[in-house]
Design a protein around this ligand. Structure first.
Ligand code: ADP
Ligand code: MG
Length: 282
């Protein structure tokens, strides 16, 4: 994204038109992994799924929040509200009403560019420390937009090629697609890639495929190894070197409302997501 003083390096949309493939887990784990590698990095996660799984995992409580992404996207003068979790992750929560956002998007001038507009404009700072900096008179913000204040933005998308997903693709610099190593998941990738190419052509020339990430992989069976090989043959360098193993630790951590690093920082999944952060962001 183009602004003068920007610390923003990457806006990653985590996309797959199917549910239960590890999108939310990838956003949550990658966000924490980035901050473990660089204590000064500010990572903002945006929950674009009306189910609100990411919101629940990140905020760690049932408390409902006033400013969700739904209100922000619903009107052409909306703005995002940024919260901060106890683990130091900044987030924009979702709400169930996001399910009914499409007519509200259609009323706006550029229905697919709504999230892009929001990310480039001023936001409501709901963090405890207050991350906007102010001039001495205390009125005019010096740094006030997301590209000026955050290093990474990770967007968790709903399990469909819906208008929310297109909005994410229209603002993203990169797309990350978690793939389970089974026949239908691998063959189901084609439409996602076709739509990515379309968004790149029509809306966002900067959009790149940053990686197909094999997730929930049980490396033992031969069939899985042959899927990884097939994926690499079909998509070459786009398949990440990092493979996220399958582990019950993920579910155990999420049940306790913890991220994988809080729960078992030396587990293979925790290590793999750190490796993925290194592979993607150096
Ligand atoms: P999505 O957001 O694509 O619907 P989730 O991240 O919510 O997918 O993951 C779906 C389910 O799979 C969740 O119950 C989650 O705990 C589990 N899961 C995610 N990653 C792993 C993994 N690496 N190993 C085992 N289970 C996983
Ligand atoms: Mg999800």
């Amino acid at each position: 994204m183009e602004t003068n003083q920007t610390r923003l390096k990457e806006v990653l949309a985590v996309v797959n038109n199917k549910g239960g493939v590890g999108k939310t887990t990838t956003v949550q784990s990658l966000a924490v992994a980035i901050t473990r590698q660089n204590k000064n990095a500010r990572v903002l996660v945006i929950d674009l799924d009306p189910q609100g799984d990411l919101t629940k995992l990140v905020r760690g409580s049932r408390m409902t929040l006033a400013g969700s992404v739904t209100e922000a996207m619903a009107s052409d003068n909306g703005r995002l509200t940024v919260y901060k979790s106890q683990r130091g992750i900044y987030y924009v929560p979702s709400s169930p009403e996001l399910q009914k956002i499409e007519p509200k998007l259609m009323e706006q001038m550029q229905p697919y560019m709504v999230l892009r507009r929001l990310l480039l404009s001023d936001f409501t700072d709901h963090t405890p420390e207050g991350i906007k900096t102010f001039e001495k008179d205390g009125i005019k913000p010096v740094l006030s937009t997301i590209p000026e204040l955050f290093d990474y933005v990770l967007i968790d998308c709903p399990p469909a090629l819906s208008m929310c997903t297109y909005n994410a693709m229209a603002v993203a610099s990169g797309l990350l697609i978690p793939v389970q190593m089974e026949g239908l998941s691998v063959s189901g990738l084609a439409p996602v890639i076709v739509e990515m190419e379309r968004v790149k052509r029509e809306l966002n020339p900067q959009l790149e495929l940053r990686g197909l990430v094999p997730v929930m992989v049980d490396m033992r069976p031969n069939i899985v190894r042959s899927f990884v090989a097939y994926l690499e043959q079909a998509y070459g360098d786009n398949v990440t070197t990092t493979i996220i193993p399958r582990s019950v630790k993920v579910n155990e951590a999420q049940t306790k409302k913890q991220d994988i690093y809080e729960y078992k920082q030396w587990s293979p999944v925790a290590i793999a997501y750190e490796q993925l952060a290194k592979e993607l962001f150096g």
